[in-house]
Design a protein. Structure first.
Length: 370
């Protein structure tokens, strides 16, 4: 179950949502984009993500399987439209559609795992499914070096998304469709939910510069495209280490684990704020970022599960906070990068991340049966 969900997560996040930043130099050249323009397109992707999250809970509770399959289909459609676009407007529409796939995928897969995996294995299954993003990132890392047009690469993403979606839908099977009545669910705002959403907003805002502008930051520092691609690959390869955060939270507590992973995150962001980060520093930053991002998003899923009886609703609220932070921060980061350079932008993101240490989860929250 975790493998099927992780495959859909891989194409929805690794390709449809986050590969945008990796190909940013090619997009900028083809569509004559400034840093602000790149930030706006990144914000559109996150807007689509938010739209997907808004409609996901009702769909996921009715049929987690169909929601997961729909997410994969939207990923394929979005990246295909981006590949075929002849104007920046059509390209922007494609980014919205592609982004919406990720918004559906997270609640859909979370609900699927909640329905089909036993309580004893559920936490680990949730975090491992979430690390599908890492495998998508690693698979796409070196594709910008290809001699062919980026459009062919993105057409390939669409084909892979179709295949993965069909396989996942087959593996899950229709027995996963278990509609539930939800009229009485989800009306209560649990104690601690505000902390979860606020932490998610900070995570989204602080991650926006990395996802959209880290390749440009490395280029500014004189790091070659090949080495920059290696750093992107490192984000993906390091991500599964973050998947171990779920087990660590079970052993040492959610609060303690969140503190540790946030500190790793802050260090990774701060390294790209150095005046001229050399390749080993950039590589270390990528590794720390990959571990921390996968770890923190997985911990947000666990945190939501401890607060909400309806798992998909809790995950949706958390990831809506993340989407709001990314949507707001992407164009701001682009504009600031044009004005003062990307180094200070990453420094500001690292400092802002420390605020999350004031919004830690309470250990007394119970694990929801979901």
């Amino acid at each position: 179950m975790a493998a099927a969900g992780g495959g859909v997560i891989a194409v929805c996040y690794g390709f449809a949502r986050y590969a945008f930043g990796l190909f940013e130099p090619r997009f900028s050249g083809d569509f004559h984009l400034s840093g602000t323009g790149v930030g706006i397109l990144g914000g559109l992707s996150t807007l689509g993500y938010g739209i997907g999250l808004l409609v996901a809970p009702r769909l996921a509770v009715r049929s987690a399987r169909r929601t997961t399959v729909l997410a994969g289909a939207l990923a394929a459609a979005g990246v295909a439209l981006m590949a075929a676009s002849g104007s920046v407007v059509l390209f922007g529409v494609g980014t919205v559609i592609a982004g919406s796939s990720a918004g559906l995928a997270s609640p859909g897969v979370a609900q699927l795992v909640g329905e089909r995996v036993g309580e004893g294995e559920r936490s680990r299954a949730q975090t491992w499914a979430n690390t599908g993003t890492s495998f998508g990132l690693a698979a796409s890392a070196f594709l910008p070096l290809a001699v062919w047009s980026w459009r062919w690469t993105w057409a390939g993403f669409a084909v892979v998304a179709v295949v993965v979606t069909v396989v996942a839908g087959t593996l899950v099977g229709r027995s996963a469709d278990r509609p539930r009545e939800t009229a009485a669910q989800g009306s209560r705002w649990p104690d601690g939910a505000t902390r979860l959403v606020a932490s998610s907003v900070i995570l989204g805002a602080a991650s926006a510069p990395y996802w959209n502008f880290s390749p440009a930051r490395l280029s500014d520092a004189g790091i070659s495209t090949v080495l920059a691609s290696l750093c992107w690959c490192a984000i993906g390869l390091a991500g599964p280490i973050g998947g171990m955060a779920g087990r660590l939270a079970e052993r040492r507590g959610l609060r303690w684990t969140v503190v540790c992973v946030w500190l790793v995150w802050t260090a990774g962001m701060a390294l790209l704020a150095l005046p001229r980060p050399v390749f080993p520093v950039a590589l270390l930053s990528a590794v720390l970022f990959g571990i921390a991002y996968m770890g923190l998003t997985g911990l947000c899923i666990l945190w939501a599960g401890r607060l909400f009886e309806d798992v998909s609703r809790g995950v949706t609220l958390s990831f809506l906070g993340l989407a709001a932070g990314q949507t707001a921060a992407s164009p701001v980061a682009g504009a600031l990068g044009d004005a003062v350079g990307l180094g200070p932008v990453f420094g500001g993101a690292a400092l802002a991340s420390l605020v999350a240490l004031l919004l830690l989860p309470r250990e007394e929250a119970r694990v929801a049966v979901g």
